[in-house]
Ligand binder design. Structure first.
Ligand code: 26A
Length: 347
């Protein structure tokens, strides 16, 4: 069994949407009723608002800490076994849900510095489980109130300056691109890695402009196959481009610090993870779980990034980082939501 790491406190900073997940198994008709598909990740519109009440009243709903970046940081902390390596910024309300998120972050060892929007409820995400699939519908609420002032507060600015690795999801592009640009520019000025995630197809479909504004700063880009294809389509790349080709094109997009070429890491469920550097593609196999072992796939992508980050901040090779990502994702799938049980078994 591995011992705690000796990564430095505050070495990793993340920004994202702190959400409380309301998760329940539902019949497919439930999704259809709301015009949703399996494995969606969408922003709630007016017509989705009744979902949350309906889940709590009519189904066996569980409350779980969520929010993509926060999930990844919690997983990284679990593997690191040493608190406060990861610092998190995001906006919550002043309510019980915020207290739950604060406590879950603390218990996981994440050093969360929430901005508080007193008049807005904490964000929630409906997680609709249908067999081995899940569909997400986020009501960002307070998470959407995040402002760059929060990062400019002296104590928070010091935390950002002091970090060496930065991770922000594509999801955060829906909230506050100026904050993303600020963190990206800081990372670039200090020659420190800035990592991002494509997060969901709708980000490429509707937020391509801010995504492309930050892309030149992105040292490592994560995504799954659906997200990579959505990005390729939105870019007008050839419709027959496969994941390898898309990866090669992603790493070739313009980059500010050309001395550190971009890396793309593309996951594809139980098929091998692709690591793309220059025009070289490497594959990393994934252990296929039996259907009966799968509790829910919610958070698998976040856990992959969390496992990756836990090693990356220790300066481990990409090979080790990806293996740890696969380990973490496999573990999380066997647990509800993006939660873990027991001690990590990764060396
Ligand atoms: C802006 N959107 C849609 C989102 C999210 C999100 N986190 C941030 N922003 N939509 C879903 N999630 C989170 O993703 C996790 C699963 O990967 C959910 O809270 C869930 O925990």
């Amino acid at each position: 069994m591995s011992n705690k790491s000796n990564a430095r406190e505050g070495i990793l900073v993340g920004c994202g949407n702190p959400l409380l997940d309301i998760s329940a198994p539902v019949p497919l008709q439930f999704l259809e009723g709301y015009g949703m598909n399996v494995d969606d990740a969408i922003l709630a519109e007016e017509r989705h608002m009744p979902i949350y009440r309906e889940l709590v009243d009519g189904y066996q709903a569980e409350y779980l800490a969520g929010g993509s970046v926060q999930n990844s940081l919690r997983i990284a902390q679990w593997i690191l076994r040493q608190p406060n390596v990861a610092v998190f910024f995001g906006c919550v309300g002043q309510d019980d849900y915020a207290d739950i998120l604060r406590e879950k972050a603390r218990a996981a060892g994440v050093d969360a510095h929430y901005q508080v929007s007193p008049d807005t409820p904490t964000g929630t995400c409906a997680v609709l489980i249908t067999g081995t699939h899940r569909s997400l519908c986020a009501n960002l609420a307070a998470a959407n109130k995040f402002t760059i002032d929060h990062l400019e507060q002296p104590a928070n600015k010091a935390l950002i300056d002091n970090a060496q690795y930065y991770y922000i999801s594509g999801f955060f592009l829906t909230v506050n691109p100026p904050s993303i640009m600020r963190v990206a520019a800081t990372a670039n000025a200090k020659q420190r890695p800035f990592l991002m995630n494509l997060s969901a197809p709708f980000i490429s479909q509707y937020f391509m402009e801010p995504l492309m504004a930050v892309m030149p700063y992105v040292d490592i880009i994560f995504g799954n196959e659906a997200e990579a294809h959505a990005f390729a389509t939105a870019q007008g790349w050839p419709a027959d481009a496969d994941l390898r080709e898309i990866g090669k094109r992603l790493v070739a997009l313009p980059k500010i610090n050309s001395e550190r070429p971009r890396i793309a890491i593309l996951t594809q469920g139980c098929d091998p993870v692709l690591l793309i550097q220059h025009d070289k593609v490497q594959e990393f196999p994934v252990t296929r779980l039996a259907v009966h072992e799968i509790v829910d796939t919610n958070g698998a992508g976040d856990a992959f990034v969390g496992g990756f980050l836990s090693q990356y901040v220790q300066g481990k090779s990409l090979d080790v980082c990806i293996r740890c990502g696969n380990y973490a994702a496999g573990h999380i799938i066997k647990n509800p939501g993006c939660t873990y049980s027991g001690e990590p078994e990764f060396n």
